[in-house]
Design a protein around this ligand. Structure first.
Ligand SMILES: [Zn+2]
Length: 406
């Protein structure tokens, strides 16, 4: 009986949360929008819409704006979201540092700082990270009106439900309860997520895949990873990890990968591997405007864009191997769009055609029709993926409800 009662209350709360979220989502997506339009599109009763919008207005999450009706004459009241009254912190935790960004709810970056984090144990890293976030909050206090969430993205194996980090590539972690640590320190909603999957979600909210529900993002950086979106959601699965495109074998006779296999994609498509290949060819005497002392990924892309034969050859080589793995992914998932991210996209004029020619020959004809392959729109915004998790929690009602109740 008690259990049944609890379930009932739970369901009513959940319905409330979902209805508020439905209204907020419509305003976020289509605002300025009138209450009548919201009722039509959400199929909620007009009285419910009135009640929910009242709550959202009282909390300062949405606001009314006057709008001249398109026919002229009567003024119609429309509603938009209020984005400047709330801030969230997005953190991208890298191998040796963290990028911390202050966002408002429109995803605008209000402040950003980099903190070196050389700590190599879980406890030390946790302490240093919490300290860096505290410092960042204090330093940017004037820009913060109401801080509603902190979100951290990182490479590794992340359990987004429990907020526990199971594995990181560069330090040993032992089921690191990062969300618990963040929430007990900062007393607000906190999130953790995988860096590349979160970036794929950010592209969907703010970048290149806003116009589609199913997409694949492939990012080349220290390795190669992918984020797959299906129906506008991160495809993750029960095992908690999907998209290890970097370990598809693209060359059976290739280099040994850190995973133990040979010829994995990321033995070729990774910044260090690209730089290494250029260095190797230079040492063999190939002519290029690049020199052994100046062949970082940035310089290589720049040279490729200027038509340097060696740089072009290496970027094409990377593109062909990326293309091979991406073609497999397209055949498996049939996405509406493919997005490439990472420093190497600076050489897009050389890279994208190389990827494209693989796709054209290796993907089912029906799947490659109308399939744009493009560069990330968010390449320079490394913590935006972290903010995407905050945005998701607003849109699905989880964080929204928390704000309404506080
Ligand atoms: Zn591997």
């Amino acid at each position: 009986m008690t259990t049944g009662g609890h379930t009932q209350i739970g369901n009513i709360d959940l319905v409330k949360q979902l209805n508020s979220a439905a209204v907020y989502r419509l305003i976020d997506l289509h605002g300025p929008i009138s209450r009548i339009q919201i009722a039509e599109q959400s199929q909620l009763a007009p009285a419910s819409v009135t009640k929910i919008t009242r709550q959202l207005i009282d909390r300062g999450l949405i606001k009314e704006v006057d709008q001249q009706a398109s026919t002229g004459g009567r003024r119609a009241i429309s509603i938009v979201t209020e984005t400047r009254a709330f801030q969230a912190i997005g953190v991208r935790l890298g191998r040796y540092d963290a990028t911390i960004t202050l966002f408002d709810l429109s995803a605008k970056a209000l402040a950003e700082d980099h903190y070196p984090l050389p700590e190599r144990t879980q406890d030390e890293l946790e302490q240093a990270l919490l300290k860096a976030i505290s410092h960042f909050i204090e330093y940017n206090q004037r820009k913060i009106r109401e801080l509603i969430a902190i979100s951290v993205i990182l490479p590794g194996l992340v359990d987004p439900e429990s907020g526990v980090i199971r594995y990181m590539p560069h330090i040993p972690v032992n089921d690191w309860p990062l969300v618990t640590a963040l929430e007990s320190r900062f007393d607000m909603a906190c999130f953790v997520g995988h860096d590349i999957r979160s970036l794929a979600l950010a592209e969907h909210y703010f970048g290149a895949t806003q116009d589609c529900e199913d997409s694949i993002l492939v990012r080349v950086h220290r390795g190669t990873g992918a984020g797959i979106l299906s129906n506008g959601q991160i495809f993750i699965g029960r095992n908690g990890s999907v998209g290890e495109i970097g370990h598809i074998q693209v060359d059976p006779l290739g280099e040994r990968c850190h995973c133990g296999n040979f010829g994995c994609l990321e033995t070729i498509a990774a910044n260090a591997a690209i730089e290494q290949r250029v260095r190797h060819l230079l040492e063999q005497g190939y002519q290029s405007r690049l020199t052994v002392d100046d062949c970082n990924i940035k310089a290589i892309c720049k040279a490729a864009n200027k038509g340097d034969p060696l740089a072009c050859e290496v970027i094409e080589y990377v593109g062909r191997h990326l293309g091979k793995a991406i073609a497999i992914a397209i055949n498996l998932f049939n996405p509406q769009k493919v997005v490439i991210a990472g420093e190497v996209t600076e050489a897009d004029k050389v890279l994208l055609p190389a990827i494209g020619s693989c796709i054209n020959t290796q993907v089912l004809k029906a799947f490659r029709k109308n399939l744009p392959v493009m560069c990330s729109a968010l390449n320079d915004r490394s913590a935006i993926g972290a903010f995407a998790l905050v945005k998701r929690a607003m849109l699905n009602g989880m964080l929204l409800q928390r704000l309404l109740e506080s």
